[in-house]
Design a protein around this ligand. Structure first.
Ligand code: FES
Length: 356
């Protein structure tokens, strides 16, 4: 099927009902032209322009205050302080303050810039003609000239309050990155050497509590091929130091057919094929949550360290430098799984000072 684009079928109109300028030629897809420019309130009312200028500056000032708040957070909040924040729940006060202040600082710079552009910078639309990618000298000179014109129209030199507050907020924001260097230390020293399981003894064992159901776990309920997460009895989720404590105590429980367990020491630390390993990766401490029951491999999602749980959680791939520490478990007289001591190794990342 062919389309008839002969002259008598072309539109004759030279303008539209919205006042758009329409090019006059034989092209059925004629360039509608630019809409007629409508001045904004800030273009015709100097008081409105000054109000907009103050609003933009206010946002940049708020950004500066938020950056100062970011830095102050490091001094004010202890690293282990936990607070309740609706609707998130319990979070680290330091992390929350850092995220909030940095978010406000960056948002205010962005919002201020957008408000500045929409209300005070020139909003005349200028068609840009297509041209070869390589610019000639004349065009470059033209671009520089346009840049200077744009800088003049933006009022960057004239509106000193905006300029100064913008420079202030942009100068302060990078300081946030500098104070983050504090997170490179201090080293954990002895803090990872012992966990909440250390109070367990053969005479006074600690029950393993299922982290999903919050109930003690019976050995007979753990089936071969399953993966379950556990915590020590007495560690409640509404405890002040829950986040700090669970970061060390979290257990990953698997059941492997005893004949498939290659490492005899590991088998002896378990109970009838149930093995309890630390859930905390020995690379940089991410929680491990992926388990491949056919191969008995546990995978850390952060940098893909892979541990063979049938072979003492030996590292078979990835950057982790140590096997996962294992917890000795057995059952009490009612068949509930219990631990009789702490992990066989310090949990978590492999710092060079880590030894027991
Ligand atoms: S934290 Fe597990 S591989 Fe990096």
């Amino acid at each position: 099927m062919s389309h008839d684009i002969s002259e008598e079928n072309l539109p004759e109109s030279h303008g539209d009902s919205h006042g758009h300028a329409v090019a006059v030629h034989d092209d059925p897809f004629a360039d509608p032209g630019l809409p007629v420019h409508q001045p904004r309130r800030t273009d015709i009312d100097e008081r409105a322009a000054q109000r907009a200028e103050r609003q933009v500056s206010l946002m940049f000032v708020v950004s500066m205050l938020a950056t100062v708040g970011f830095i102050a957070s490091y001094v004010i909040f202890p690293i282990d302080k936990i607070v309740y924040v609706f609707p998130i729940g319990k979070v680290s006060a330091l992390n929350f303050a850092l995220g909030l202040t940095l978010g406000v600082a960056l948002f205010c710079i962005g919002a201020g810039a957008v408000h500045w552009a929409r209300t005070l910078m020139s909003d005349h639309e200028i068609p840009a003609e297509r041209h070869p990618i390589e610019a000639d000298d004349e065009l470059r000179a033209d671009v520089i000239e346009q840049f200077k014109t744009g800088a003049g129209e933006s009022g960057f030199g004239r509106r000193k309050m905006i300029r100064n507050t913008l420079i202030g907020s942009m100068a302060l924001v990078p300081l946030s990155g500098v104070v983050l260097l504090r997170d490179l230390g201090p080293l954990p020293e002895q803090k990872l050497n012992h966990t909440g399981w250390e109070v367990a003894t053969p005479q006074k064992p600690l029950q393993l509590i299922n982290m999903n159901t919050n109930e003690p776990m019976k050995a007979e309920d753990i089936i071969v091929g399953s993966l379950t997460f556990a915590k020590p009895e007495g560690l409640e989720e509404d405890a002040e130091d829950f986040q700090v404590q669970i970061a060390k105590d979290a257990l990953m429980l698997v059941r492997i057919a005893p004949e498939d367990i290659k490492d005899t020491t590991s088998r002896d630390l378990g109970f009838e094929g149930i093995l309890a390993y630390s859930k905390i990766c020995t690379h940089v401490g991410c929680p491990i949550s992926l388990y491949e029951q056919q191969t008995h491999h546990a995978l850390c999602p952060c940098h893909q360290s892979t541990f063979d749980l049938a072979d003492g959680a030996r590292v078979i791939f990835g950057p982790a430098g140590h096997p996962l520490p294992q917890l000795k478990i057995t059952t009490d007289e009612r068949g509930f799984l219990v631990a009789t001591g702490d992990f066989d190794e310090p949990v978590g990342p492999s710092f060079w000072e880590r030894k027991r």
